[in-house]
Every structure is written in structure tokens, then in C-alpha cells.
Design a binder for this molecule. Structure first.
Ligand SMILES: Cc1cc2nc3c(=O)[nH]c(=O)nc-3n(C[C@H](O)[C@H](O)[C@H](O)COP(=O)(O)O)c2cc1C
Length: 348
């Protein structure tokens, strides 16, 4: 094979340790691109998150969920403090009133109502009559209709139920998940993907804001186009039966410190989705979305995603063959990627 002697290769080098000249050339070449992408990342966050504008439905629903969840959490503590959460209550009441004015009714409002009712019930149970915003809480609880089933507050769970549900699962479930790049021709039933989405929804999410979304592509031509744009399924794209595009909703986040939260919640959501598919006996392969903003725009356009969605990854899905090979994909020694901090002192 002849060596690539192009100017860019000679200046920028490949993956090997660069010389000072190459480092300089790489900086001139890459720094402006990285800065330009970072500016576009920031623009996307500022345009779609709740940082600058809380009142659109997506942003306001997330704020309500985030705020009522702080009260819900407080109620679930070992010893909830009487009259806790005054600042959150003030914000929540304000958001709920805005929501009612603009959108009348919705699931987040119903959940918030139930949380306020639980807050009031807690204070009744401990004989405290002068908790913050008692009047407003009473008004909102009375005015907002409650749903047939509980939408917020506390739920009781039992250790015996958790143990019964987890007893049959051991590390083998996890050790037998592989990234699979060859499938049978059998069609994947959408019902199996639906249950995997339910599993994904149980992934923890920051203040339960649930930003994850799954676009399930069944159209063969769109599968082909999406995989072509993704580029990492070369050599096995033809055998992929369904493709899922996992995204997160940037409207769920608001604070500047949450600018990367979508990637974290999206990653957890995607991993749970993979385990849901694995639980259903399906084979999967994650397909990276390590792309530029222009490529993300192209994918959003291709699949009809909303502009506020950030693309986490694609997932190739198919049925397992009876016997097949996967890359060995050795894992590092667990001791090399973990440490135990058993004795800490500030001066250490
Ligand atoms: C976010 C992410 C993106 C990935 N992208 C690709 C990809 O584009 N193409 C591919 O063939 N495998 C892809 N993989 C699969 C990895 O190569 C694989 O997870 C890794 O080698 C470990 O192997 P295992 O999943 O079989 O345990 C991706 C994995 C992750 C988590």
C-alpha cells in the first residue's frame, strides 16, 4: 500500500504522536472548527432550553416537573422538615398559574397538583397548620382536577417486591449483551421495541424531567438513508431490520450548569433502551452520533425530528442468528478503572 504523501497528511499527521510543527498546523486547522462548533452548541442550547424563555409549553412543563419533584423528594426523605421548600413552592405556584393561563390543563399540572396535595397532607399528618403558601396550595389543589390515577406525591414500595423482581437477574444478563452486526431477516415486531421504550423510560433522569425520545424507523429507504448519514454501519447496514434514533429534548433543561445534562440523561436513557431490547432477545448495535451541527441538522431534517432535539445515538436492531461472531472487545481489569476511598482526610 502506497503511503499518503498529501500536504494535509504531511502537515497534520495521522494518529501518531505529533511533532511541534504538526501540533501547530493541527491547532491552526482544528481550533477554529472546534470553536465554531462550540458556538453553535451554545446557540442551540440558548435557543431551545428554558434559560432565556420559560413560557413555551416544553420549557414550562419541564420547569414544573423539576420544581414539584423537589417537593416530592423532600417528602420522601427520612424525616421531612416541617414547612420545607418555601422557595420551590413559590416558584411552583407561579409556574402552575402561568401554565393554567396559557395552556389550561396538562399532565405536568395534574402531577404538580397531586404533589401540593401530598405536601398539605404531610403537614396535616404532623399537626402543622402554618406551612408556606397554604392558601395558594389549597386553591390550586381545589381548582385543578385530579386524575383517576395518582400523578404525583409518594408511592410505597416494598423490599420483598424489589427482591422478587431482581432475583432472577444476575451479571449474566449484562455479560451477554454484545454489539451485534449481523441479524436474521426476521422482521422485528414493534411491540418488542415498545416494551424496550418502557424500560428506557425507567432510566433515572435529572429531576424526573424525562427528556429522552426514540424515533423508530421501519421504512427501508429511510433506514438506508439514516445509516448512510451516520456512516458507522458500513458493511452491515443492509441486514439491519429497524433503526432507532435516540434524542433528548433540550427544552427540558434551563440552567447554564445543565448545558451538558441532555447528553448524560440521553446516555442513561439509551443504555436502558438497549437493555430493554436485550431483555426481549433482540440484537443491537449502538451507532455513534459524534457529528457536526450541520450533520445533526441534516439528520433532524431527514427523520423529521424537532429542532430542539439533540441526537444521542442511532441503534441498529435485528433478530439474533443462532450462531455468530462478535469482536472480542476485551474489558480492562476492573481494578485499573476503580478505586475505593476508605479513609479520607482533608489534608491528604
Ligand atoms: C455511543 C456508541 C457509539 C458506537 N458507535 C458504533 C458505530 O458507529 N459502529 C459500530 O459498528 N459500533 C459502534 N459502537 C459499538 C462499540 O464498538 C461497542 O460497544 C464496543 O466495542 C464494545 O463492544 P460490545 O458492545 O459488544 O460490548 C458504538 C458504541 C457506543 C456506546
Amino acid at each position: 500500500m502506497s503511503e499518503d504523501k498529501s500536504l494535509s497528511k504531511r502537515l497534520l499527521g495521522a494518529g501518531h504522536v505529533p511533532t511541534l510543527r504538526k501540533k501547530l498546523a493541527r491547532s491552526i486547522y482544528y481550533v477554529p472548527t472546534i470553536v465554531a462548533e462550540a458556538v453553535r452548541d451554545a446557540k442551540h442550547y440558548l435557543t431551545h432550553s428554558g434559560t432565556l424563555n420559560v413560557s413555551p409549553i416544553g420549557q414550562l412543563s419541564a420547569r414544573i416537573t423539576q420544581t414539584y419533584h423537589n417537593i416530592e423528594k423532600g417528602l420522601s426523605l427520612p424525616a421531612p422538615r416541617p414547612r420545607f421548600g418555601a422557595v420551590h413552592l413559590a416558584n411552583l405556584i407561579d409556574y402552575m398559574r402561568t401554565y393554567r393561563e396559557l395552556y389550561e390543563d396538562g399532565p405536568e399540572l395534574r402531577s404538580a397538583r397531586d404533589v401540593l396535595a401530598a405536601y398539605a397532607a404531610f403537614h396535616d399528618s404532623i399537626g402543622v397548620d402554618d406551612y408556606p403558601y397554604k392558601r395558594s396550595i389549597g386553591e390550586l389543589v381545589a381548582e385543578i382536577p385530579s386524575s383517576e390515577s395518582q400523578m404525583g406525591g409518594l408511592r410505597k414500595v416494598y423490599k420483598r417486591d424489589i427482591l422478587a423482581a431482581t432475583q432472577g437477574t444476575d451479571e449474566n444478563f449484562f455479560l451477554h449483551r454484545h454489539s451485534i452486526r449481523k441479524f436474521t431477516e426476521e422482521d422485528v415486531d414493534l411491540g418488542l421495541i415498545e416494551t424496550a421504550i418502557k424500560v428506557a423510560q425507567k432510566a433515572p433522569a435529572v429531576c424526573n424531567r424525562q427528556s429522552g425520545f426514540v424515533h423508530v424507523i421501519t421504512d427501508k429507504k429511510l433506514i438506508e438513508a439514516a445509516l448512510k448519514l451516520q456512516g458507522g454501519a458500513r458493511g452491515f447496514a443492509e441486514g439491519v431490520n429497524k433503526v432507532a434514533v435516540v434524542t433528548t429534548d433540550t427544552r427540558s433543561f434551563s440552567h447554564i450548569t445543565e448545558r451538558n445534562q441532555g447528553w448524560i440523561d440521553g446516555g442513561l436513557f439509551a443504555m436502558s433502551f438497549l437493555y430493554g431490547l436485550h431483555m426481549n432477545g433482540l440484537g443491537t448495535c449502538c451507532l455513534n452520533w459524534s457529528k457536526t451541527n450541520a450533520q445533526s441538522d441534516a439528520m433532524r431534517k431527514l427523520i423529521g425530528a424537532n429542532p430542539w432535539e439533540s441526537i444521542i445515538m442511532l441503534v441498529a436492531i435485528g433478530h439474533l442468528q443462532d450462531e455468530f461472531e462478535v469482536p472480542f472487545s476485551i474489558r480492562k481489569d476492573p481494578a485499573s478503572i476503580s478505586r475505593v476511598i476508605a479513609d479520607w482526610s482533608e489534608s491528604a
